[in-house]
Design a protein around this ligand. Structure first.
Ligand code: BEZ
Ligand code: FE
Length: 278
């Protein structure tokens, strides 16, 4: 089924309730013609700026839908929202995987190696898993916002080890950043006094034969925005510590001349419905 389409049956069930809820709010607050016109103009502008995903995110609607869609899932890595910054067809990164190139501004950042294993719910390695990563750099945010960065910087796809499902990639420790504020959603945040910050995080998409695709994010402790992410997407089960490495021998072995960090993130995939029933 085309995942962007909703069946008529579902539409006939959900839409009347959605409209009734909207009418209730309009009645409760005695919304005027002028105010309703402003709402319609705002939504038109959101569409023009392609900001509906962003609107869904900052109103924490995406987080609610994610929670409902994955309710009761145990024995699998928790999912999280995708957000609007994913780009299709990122570059394939060969081993040893490094997902960025240098650019002016990167020098104040810290190198980070993220590693872990991808396993199925029963603990067996998923040797054909493909990871797709995207994140901000330590300076300037996402590649699409920062002209200094090469296209697709801090993005990449790669496979896991075909024996034990392990993976490792080199990146930089991401920093907290603000969601786009120069469009209609930014104006809404400003008008309602909601701050635009997200805690530092790394996005993961993981796909493998016979398993449900996983979209998630990894967060770090000691972040200034863990409890008030503007999209409310932090899950404690997705917070992973960063370990600092300063030992001369380790630095030499990694070909680095400054301390670096490591982070372990094991991933458990949920068997696909049809595989689980087979
Ligand atoms: C992100 O994490 O990339 C993101 C999520 C929601 C709004 C903007 C950005
Ligand atoms: Fe992000």
């Amino acid at each position: 089924m085309d995942s962007t389409k909703v069946s008529n049956e579902r539409l006939q069930k959900v839409l009347p309730d959605a409209i009734a809820a909207l009418h209730q709010v309009i009645e409760k607050h005695r919304v005027t013609e002028k105010e309703w016109s402003a709402v319609l103009a705002f939504l038109t502008d959101v569409g023009r700026h392609d900001e509906f995903v962003l609107l869904s995110d900052v109103t924490k609607t995406s987080v609610l839908v994610d929670a409902i869609s994955h309710e009761g899932e145990t024995n699998a890595t928790p999912s999280d929202v995708e957000g609007p910054l994913y780009r299709e067809n990122p570059p394939w990164r060969e081993k040893p995987v490094k997902i960025y190139d240098e650019y002016e501004g990167i020098e104040n950042g810290d190198v980070l190696f993220v590693h872990g294993r991808v396993t199925s719910a029963d603990g067996t390695p998923v040797s054909d898993a493909v990871l797709d990563i995207w994140q901000t750099g330590p300076d300037g945010g996402y590649d699409v916002w920062d002209e200094r960065q090469p296209d697709y910087n801090f993005r990449g796809m790669f496979g896991v080890d075909d024996e034990d499902g392990s993976y490792e990639f080199q990146t930089m420790v991401p920093k907290p950043y603000t969601v786009p504020t120069d469009g209609p959603v930014g104006r809404l945040l400003e008008a309602t006094g909601q701050h635009p910050w997200r805690p530092a995080h790394i996005h993961f998409k993981v796909e493998a034969e016979g398993h449900e695709p996983l979209i998630t994010q990894v967060f770090f402790p000691e972040d200034p925005y863990p409890d008030n992410d503007t999209i409310g997407a932090v899950k404690q089960a997705l917070v992973r510590p960063l370990s600092k490495h300063e030992n001369e021998g380790e630095l030499t072995r990694c070909g680095l001349d400054a301390p670096f960090y490591t982070c372990e993130f094991d991933i458990t995939l949920k068997p696909a419905m049809s595989a689980a029933q087979a």
